[in-house]
Write a protein that binds this ligand. Structure first.
Ligand SMILES: *Cc1c(COP(=O)(O)O)cnc(C)c1O
Length: 406
């Protein structure tokens, strides 16, 4: 966590209605990193990281909006963190002749965002480990078709095997003498900080209605929700948060009972949120001064099973003609439940974490209609896959890594 957070002041928030995500990102980064990175370089790298926007689509005026976070290259919100981190790392690596090697294990979405975020970034090489046969076809294409500085290791094992290989590499003294290794997983604070920018952008887009603003975040590891709280700590006047989950409900349960009880994860149709022991939970509680009462006053938790999720997707489509991915539907359901439970008039913003076409077969089955796949995803289907197949053995991984990286 940053040792201290800048206070942005109310005049900052008066001024954001027409600013781009990149402008907002630059202003906040400047307040955070004053002196560490020259202003011009910082401006350039934030604009490089965010060539897209995060628009709020209003479903009900002054009542319910959807913050679309899927307009980046991999069509999920993880692009925001991955691209910002890539831009910063390449800045700090600019004067070293030793390449930085990013190692990342993925069960699906993270790998695509990281691969695309770091693709062609000078001074950086990316090795992505994924479990063979256990990611969707399009997810695999996102990892294996880029080439260049991105190498995909197709591991004959599970996601846990991939993660174990990465962890072992980080503590391998010999390997670390040869390679400069770094991680890009979601506990890295540089993936979290930029996610606060879109809460600010969304606030700027809805503030003219003059009502208190509530955000609902579909959550797994709770990085995304923690980033919202980070924005609140920097002064963004967020009235309340909704933590919406699937059956992996340790945080909603905690909010109800006060006892945090990690579980083995349960498989659901909103699989990017199948997390039984959220790695950002400690950050979330820390941001509320480790006070359960503070957390409870600011965050309400709701969870939904697969049947409710499907019904939610169907209803959102029927009522608003809006197609939501299963994760997004859970955010909307949580928001509606919270808004119906309070007496004051508030505007709710639900975060849309992925484009529905990333879950095309499921979405089409639920809404009973075919949906379009954006060109940048569709075009991947015909590209050839390049992966290095390895057994789930550390010596095989190390040998292969050294061979390609040196
Ligand atoms: C990663 C992911 C989530 C969960 O985000 P956290 O920051 O881990 O809580 C939700 N939806 C989608 C589509 C994701 O890829």
């Amino acid at each position: 966590m940053p040792a201290s957070l800048p206070s942005l002041g109310s005049s900052f928030f008066d001024d954001i209605a027409n600013q781009s995500l990149a402008d907002i990102g630059f202003a906040i980064s400047h307040a955070l990193f004053k002196g560490e990175i020259p202003k011009l370089a910082l401006e350039e790298l934030t604009h490089q990281a965010f060539p897209f926007e995060t628009p709020v689509v209003e479903l009900e005026e002054g009542r319910l909006g959807i913050l679309e976070l899927f307009h980046g290259p991999s069509l999920a919100f993880k692009d925001v963190g991955a691209r910002y981190m890539a831009a910063l790392m390449s800045y700090f690596a600019r004067n070293t002749d030793k390449e930085v090697n990013i190692l990342v294990a993925t069960s699906g979405d993270t790998g695509g965002a990281v691969a695309m975020g770091f693709h062609n970034v000078p001074g950086i090489r990316v090795s992505i480990l994924y479990p063979s046969g256990r990611v969707s076809d399009l997810q695999e294409k996102q990892l294996t078709t880029l080439g260049g500085n991105v190498q995909a290791f197709e591991v004959q094992g599970s996601f846990d095997d991939c993660q174990a290989l990465v962890k072992q590499a980080f503590v391998d003294k010999e390997l670390n003498q040869h390679l400069s290794l770094s991680s890009a997983n979601s506990i890295n604070i540089f993936r979290l900080i930029p996610q606060s920018f879109y809460y600010v952008s969304a606030y700027g887009q809805v503030r003219s209605c003059g009502k208190p603003v509530v955000f609902s975040t579909p959550s797994g590891n709770f990085g995304n929700l923690s980033a919202g709280v980070l924005a609140q700590r920097m002064g963004l006047p967020i009235d309340h948060f909704v933590a919406a989950t699937n059956l992996n409900r340790v945080v909603p349960t905690y909010l109800q009972t006060g006892s945090f009880d990690p579980q083995a994860s349960v498989a659901t149709i909103s699989n990017a949120m199948d997390v039984g022991n959220p790695s950002n939970f400690v950050r979330l509680t820390h941001l509320f001064g480790d006070s359960f009462d503070q957390l409870k006053q600011n965050v309400s938790g709701y969870y939904f099973d697969d049947e409710e999720t499907r019904a939610g997707m169907k209803e959102v489509f029927g009522q608003f003609n809006y197609v939501a991915c299963p994760h997004t539907a859970i955010g909307i359901l949580g928001l509606q439940r919270y808004l119906n439970s309070i007496t004051k008039d508030a505007v709710g913003v639900a975060l849309a974490t992925a484009h529905p076409s990333k879950f095309k077969p499921l979405v089409e089955e639920v809404i009973g209609q075919s949906i379009d796949v954006p060109e940048r995803l569709a075009s991947l289907a015909s590209l050839p896959k390049h992966s290095t197949v390895i057994p789930a053995s550390y010596s095989a991984f190390k040998e292969s890594l050294l061979q390609t990286a040196l």
